[in-house]
Each structure stands twice: as structure tokens, then as C-alpha cells.
Design a protein around this ligand. Structure first.
Ligand code: FAD
Length: 500
């Protein structure tokens, strides 16, 4: 492609070189091959003209065809780069891209990022990057955002990350603030109560919102970003990077066959079984608990029997969390189970477990909406950075779900990694900032999240409920010397450390 002259630029009243670039593609790249192209010879004359033409079906088809014949690809290679896919994707509406190239701020750099996994962590870091005008493509193996019953509560420190990404208002529209958290005997009698209502000097609440709903909100915002694209049914099956190279390449299984995607950085946000982590030969050190848990969503009037929004049941066999997860009366009941049982065996035992856990008259009447068993782990990757590959969320660390620290930690990774890559790509921070991300987030998991989360689970099944209030170090830390509960007991602000 030859460069246009200053005269051409002035003649076409084009102020941004990005305009020139696409005007050039439309005018001269396509022109030789068809008569329709000849009609484009005069070329767009102004921004308004560009936009008007881009929105007409005729021009849309011309542009699509043009780009497919000759993709704009600064990193032309024998395989796809993000730029190819961006422009060639068949379901991409073309005129917004045309509009982008003509009038929107140009992408801040030629560097791009692949995010593997459209879970809440991958989506959130993708959103932060795309909003900073960094080309970001999210590759997700499933056809849709996953909808299994998992996270539902996020601590204020993680809610702050949702605010920083500009999505908190939308999250609050469908979620709700958590009220009191109560530890109880299996009979329902309270052991310890912790207020979680937001006081006037606090900005963020404990937010209750289904994980898939959170992911849905982030996805909506991500899709609105010019620099972002998400591709479902794209499973990453391999990763290559050269030492001291300036790109990383992912091999991806797609409905159209195997493709290669190249970018400057790749984020593994592909969950606990992370393929990215395994391709990079990173160890996942820690242990798996011998017991397992079952997460259920059920409609049952716990509030009628005096249950708080959050309830931790302390019992050696029937330990559980019972939490209200929607305004419409849906509750999450997650309970401990013995290890080694099959899904069918666990399902058969559900009425017995509910009978032990639920207050109210018998026979119990409830409406079971979801049932899902999980193994539980405490594990951490031996590094969160491998060259141009970075790990975040469950791909980097796993903890049991009691106390809601898993995704809370993942959202904090997403915020920190967003800051880190924006600083590196847009503001030219040194490469060592990527090591800092790895070291800071890994330390926080190992020193704070992991021990707290282990204590949260042990408090439920491995303590004497009759003496817990007086003996448990966490409860003691929440009480003043005279035994009264301290005013401030929330936040977990120490889980967030500025990287940049
Ligand atoms: C029962 C339960 C309750 C929980 N409750 C809470 C809670 O209240 N609060 C809290 O903070 N945390 C909670 N957690 C933890 C929370 O669910 C996880 O921390 C969270 O799912 C991590 O999000 P993620 O985006 O890192 O990974 P995931 O949500 O697992 O997303 C990973 C994505 O990557 C995709 N993927 C995988 N492999 C590939 C591949 N090769 N190519 C492309 N895509 C791929 C997957 O399909 C998936 O969509 C709970 C967990 C459980 C099990």
C-alpha cells in the first residue's frame, strides 16, 4: 500500500491519519477488481460522508468484501493475527469499524492482548484494556457465558474494581447489598453476628449478584468497546512464544477449524483447570480437600424463620452456607459432603442434607433450581507471569468458596492486571512491571487469601460451636476488650495493592 500525500489528505478534508488509511483501502485497494469499485474512485470526502456511506448496505458490502480480499494487517504473517480476525470476522458489524477507522480515536498502540476465558475475570480485565483502547480479543471455549451456581457475594474491595471498570451502577441494578452475616448452630441458633450494612462513610457494600449475571453485565460493556471482540466456541489448545520474542501465538479450535491468533500479550483467565497454565508448564501447588461441597439454588422462605442474608452453619457433618442471592427469594445453600461420592449419590443424599439444614415444618416444601457438586482446593501457580503470558483469577489460584474470597481475589487480579498492561502498553512502563504484578498478587494470595479461606472452612466443620464465639481468633479480633462487637469489621482492603 503506498502512502498518501498531504495534498490527498487536505483534498479529502481528512483530519486523522486513521481516516486516510481506510479511505485508501476503499478507494485503491478494491478499485482494480470490479466496476463497483470504480464507483468508489472519488472516495469519501468528509467524516460525515464516510459515516453516511459506511451505514449504507451497498458500502457495507463493498467494505466487507474489500477487507476480505485484502485484510488490513500490519503484522501480516502466514497465520491470523488479532488484526486479521478483527476485520474478517463474519458476524462483525462493519460500519462501526469503518467509523472507528475514520473518526474515533485511533488505537493507542499497535500492541494487542488475547484473553483466554470469558469468565468474570477474563471479561473484566478485557473490559479494562479495551476501554483503554488496547485491541483485546477474548477467546471462550463455550458457546455462551457459563451459568453454573458459583460466586454470588463480593467483598467491598472487589466491588471497588467493578466501579473502576465503570460497571457498578449496572451491577447494582440487578444485584443487592448484603445485610447481616450470622454464624449459627445447626438448630439455627445464632453464635456470632456481623453487620455488613454500609455506613455513610463507606463507598462500597458487600454485593450480592450471581456470577453469570456479573459476567453478563461486563460482557455487555465489553461489546460496546471499539477495541474489544469476544469469540465464543474458540478453545485455546496450544500456546507458543519465543524467548525474547515480541509476540505470543495461541492455537485455537473454532467451528471453522483450527486457527492461530497472535498478540503482544496473552492472559490465561481460563479457570481452575487452566490449559494456559499447563501449556506454560506452571505448577499449581497446594492441596485438594478430602471432602467436597454441593452448591444448590433453592426457593425456600428462610427469612420467615429469622435467617439473615448470609448464614454460616457450624457443624462437623452438615456445615453449610445459606445465603439469599436474589430479591425474588432465591437462596444458595452450599453444604459440605463426604468425598468420593458420585454425582448420582450426592443427588440422592440431598433430601437428607436439606432435612438437617432447613428450618420450618416437615415435610419440607422447596423448589430446587440448581444442583452442582464441586471438589475444593487451596492451590497457587508458582508464577503468574511466563514471558508474555499472564495468569489471573482461578487459573492463578484456587480457594474453597466459604467466605467468598475466590472471585473477590480474581476481580482484584483483573483490576491489577488491567492497570499493569495499560501502564506497559500505553505508558511505556518497563517490562519489570509484569513481574511486579505476578509477585504482588501471588503474595496476597499466599499470605492473606489462602490462610483466611482455610480458616473460614475449618471454622465451620472443625470447631466446637458451643465455644466458638470465645475461642475463634477471627471472632476475637472483631470484639473489643469488653466483649462488644467492633463497629468496623468489613472491607478486606488489604487484599488490594496498587501495582502502578
Ligand atoms: C460453589 C461455589 C461458590 C462460590 N462462591 C463465591 C463467592 O460467593 N464469592 C467469590 O468471590 N467467589 C466464589 N466462588 C469462586 C468463583 O466461582 C471463582 O473464583 C470464579 O469462577 C473465577 O472466575 P474466573 O473468571 O477466573 O474463572 P471461570 O469462571 O472458571 O471462567 C473461566 C472461563 O474460561 C473458559 N475456558 C476454559 N478453558 C478454556 C480454553 N482452553 N480456551 C478458551 N476458554 C477456556 C471456561 O469455559 C470459562 O468460561 C465460588 C465457587 C464455587 C465453586
Amino acid at each position: 500500500m503506498h502512502m498518501r500525500t498531504e495534498r490527498d489528505r487536505k483534498r479529502n478534508n481528512i483530519s486523522d491519519p486513521g481516516q486516510l488509511y481506510l479511505a485508501h483501502v476503499v478507494e485503491s485497494e478494491y478499485r482494480p477488481s470490479t466496476t463497483r469499485g470504480a464507483r468508489l474512485r472519488r472516495g469519501p470526502r468528509s467524516d460525515t460522508d464516510l459515516q453516511r456511506r459506511a451505514q449504507s448496505p451497498f458500502y457495507d458490502s463493498i467494505i466487507r468484501e474489500t477487507l476480505c480480499v485484502r485484510p488490513i494487517n500490519k503484522f501480516r504473517n502466514n497465520h491470523h493475527s488479532i488484526e486479521d480476525d478483527w476485520l474478517l470476522s463474519s458476524n462483525r458489524p462493519l460500519h462501526p469499524v469503518y467509523y472507528y477507522a475514520s473518526t474515533a480515536p485511533r488505537m493507542s498502540s499497535t500492541q494487542s492482548v488475547i484473553v483466554v476465558g470469558a469468565g468474570p475475570v477474563g471479561l473484566l480485565v478485557g473490559l479494562r484494556l479495551a476501554k483503554a483502547n488496547i485491541r483485546t480479543i477474548i477467546l471462550e471455549a463455550l458457546p455462551v457465558v457459563e451459568n453454573s451456581p458459583r460466586a454470588a457475594v463480593y467483598h467491598p474491595v472487589a466491588v471497588q474494581e467493578l466501579d473502576r471498570a465503570g460497571i457498578l451502577q449496572d451491577c447494582r441494578k440487578i444485584g443487592m447489598a448484603s445485610g447481616q452475616l450470622t454464624w449459627r448452630h445447626i438448630s439455627g441458633e445464632p453464635i456470632f453476628e456481623m453487620g455488613r450494612e454500609v455506613s455513610t462513610d463507606e463507598l462500597y457494600e458487600n454485593l450480592i449478584l450471581g456470577q453469570h449475571e456479573l459476567a453478563g453485565v461486563i460482557l455487555d460493556h465489553f461489546k460496546r468497546c471499539e477495541a474489544g471482540e469476544v469469540l465464543f466456541q474458540h478453545r485455546v489448545v496450544g500456546i507458543e512464544q519465543e524467548e525474547d520474542g515480541d509476540v505470543v501465538t495461541a492455537t485455537v479450535e473454532t467451528p471453522e477449524g483450527v486457527k492461530k491468533f497472535t498478540a503482544s500479550y496473552l492472559i490465561g483467565a481460563d479457570g481452575g483447570r487452566s490449559a494456559v497454565r499447563q501449556f506454560c508448564n506452571v505448577t499449581f501447588d497446594g492441596f485438594t480437600w478430602p471432602q467436597q461441597i454441593v452448591a444448590t439454588n433453592v426457593v425456600y422462605p428462610f427469612d420467615k424463620y429469622g435467617y439473615s442474608t448470609g448464614n454460616n452453619i457450624c457443624h462437623k457433618d452438615h456445615y453449610a452456607v445459606i445465603a439469599k442471592i436474589s430479591k425474588s427469594g432465591l437462596w444458595r445453600v452450599s453444604y459440605g459432603e463426604v468425598g468420593g461420592l458420585s454425582t448420582e449419590e450426592l443427588r440422592e443424599r440431598l433430601p437428607m442434607k436439606y432435612d438437617a439444614l432447613m428450618p420450618g415444618p416437615r415435610p419440607l416444601e422447596y423448589d430446587l433450581k440448581m444442583f452442582s457438586p464441586y471438589k475444593i482446593h487451596q492451590r497457587c501457580a508458582n508464577t503468574f507471569r511466563i514471558g508474555r503470558v499472564l495468569l489471573a483469577g482461578d487459573a492463578a489460584h484456587l480457594c474453597n468458596p466459604f467466605g467468598g474470597l475466590g472471585l473477590t481475589g480474581g476481580l482484584l487480579d483483573a483490576g491489577a492486571l488491567g492497570d499493569t498492561l495499560i501502564a506497559r502498553i500505553n505508558n511505556n512502563y518497563p517490562d519489570s512491571i509484569l513481574d511486579k504484578y505476578s509477585q504482588v498478587r501471588r503474595d496476597i494470595f499466599l499470605k492473606l487469601v489462602d490462610p483466611t479461606s482455610q480458616a473460614n472452612l475449618r471454622r465451620l466443620f472443625d470447631s466446637d460451636p458451643d465455644t466458638l464465639r470465645e475461642t475463634d481468633p477471627f471472632f476475637k479480633s472483631l470484639l473489643d476488650a469488653d466483649g462488644k462487637q467492633k463497629e468496623k469489621s468489613r472491607g478486606l482492603g488489604m487484599l488490594r495493592v496498587e501495582i502502578v
